[in-house]
Design a protein around this ligand. Sequence first.
Ligand code: ZN
Length: 129
Amino acid sequence: MRETTFRVRTAEREQILLITSEVNAALAELGADDGICTIIVPHTTCAISVNEDADPDVRTDLVKALRALVPNVKFDHGEGNSDAHFLSMLIGCSLTWPYQRGKLALGRWQGVYFIELDGPRERNVRVYV
Ligand code: ZN
């Protein structure tokens, strides 16, 4: 197995960034041709997913919807970021996806989302082939 890591810097507490080109660059760095990769975020208050990459309003709408998903729970965790832990767990911290000719095999409107839930921060994204 080969791996590489790239960094993502977020500017908001909750923010969705498109990282498709960074993942494809990581695949190129790894010399990947055809196969299946695993992409992880080694953190507990962010997430990774795939969704529409065309209209940026989708990403801001999804941030609004994610905020609305957090239930009215009295959290005990002293860092005050249990909402971020909760959403990270729901969305997930890894993706497994096929790639062909060195690029992710995504649908026409799909892009890879890095989902910040407790920013702004600098984060790691790891790609394994
Ligand atoms: Zn915490």
